[in-house]
Ligand binder design. Structure first.
Ligand SMILES: [Zn+2]
Length: 259
């Protein structure tokens, strides 16, 4: 029996999948993953991402945005290139965007500006926003406290924060995206994950990164979202089918253009 899983975050257009993306997607579909959402990185990833979305209508859906680790000296030109895409009806969300201070702190001001611009796009086009937060919750919350208007909707993807940070996200009305990190013994995310109500939970892979146990350390793929669902089912004391059902309903509410 298969359930309708939704992988709300996967970079299946990257080099890691060059030789076998079709079998990766077929494998996901065969195991009940009905929809896969593709977050953009920068202007260089657009063509590959869009090709995949066009090749798999009804399964793969593209987002549009500039990733915080792609914010460099040329970020204003990058934003301009990406902004041109906004008129296409094809994109289901703005993302991924946010702030990342783990890899590099030297572009903080530019990352903040880029994040604000993309929040503006989300508001203008009534699209949900997909937020990447790494060592940057305070900086992101400071911007959202100003920009949040009751209309802005979104998800903190690959969430690894504290319970207080989760509560702050829930208070904005945002969703929380959980991936394979929840299966890592040393991550300690299971306790926080237990406090996330299932009506605000999304599951994702972030493939090719962060493969869940028992695939940890290997290339991740969309079929492995099932291991994330299994772990969340265990944490919440629910059937896997119920987690699949609830998280897909949440995906339908947030990413309504993909349904
Ligand atoms: Zn990502």
């Amino acid at each position: 029996m298969s359930y309708p899983f939704t992988d709300t975050h996967a970079h299946l257009y990257l080099e890691e999948f060059r030789d076998d993306k079709d079998s990766v997607i077929r494998r996901a579909i065969a195991q009940g993953v009905e929809k896969i959402f593709l977050p953009n990185l920068d202007s260089s990833s657009l063509a590959g991402m869009n090709n995949l979305a066009e090749q798999y209508p009804g399964t793969c859906y593209a987002m549009i945005g500039l990733h915080p680790t792609s914010v460099k000296e040329n970020f204003r030109e990058e934003l301009q290139r990406i902004e041109k895409e906004l008129d296409r009806d094809h994109y289901i969300a703005i993302g991924e965007t946010g702030i990342d201070l783990y890899w590099d702190t030297s572009f903080l001001k530019d990352q903040q500006e880029s994040f604000r611009r993309q929040i503006g796009w989300a508001k203008q086009h009534s699209l949900p926003i997909v937020i990447h937060a790494r060592d940057s919750f305070d900086e992101i919350f400071a911007i959202l406290d100003q920009e949040h208007d009751g209309q802005l909707r979104g998800v903190f993807h690959s969430f690894t924060g504290t319970r207080e940070q989760a509560e702050k996200i829930l208070a904005y009305g945002f969703y929380i995206g959980i991936n394979g990190i929840v299966t890592f013994k040393n991550a300690g995310l299971d306790k926080v994950a237990a406090a996330i109500p299932t009506n605000r939970l999304l599951i994702e892979t972030d493939a090719p990164f962060l493969a869940p146990v028992p695939h940890r350390g290997k290339r991740n793929e969309s079929a492995f979202v099932i291991q994330v669902a299994e772990k969340m089912a265990e944490i919440h004391g629910l059937e896997v089918a119920e987690i699949a059902h609830r998280t897909t309903e949440n995906a339908r509410t947030l990413f309504s253009k993909a349904f």
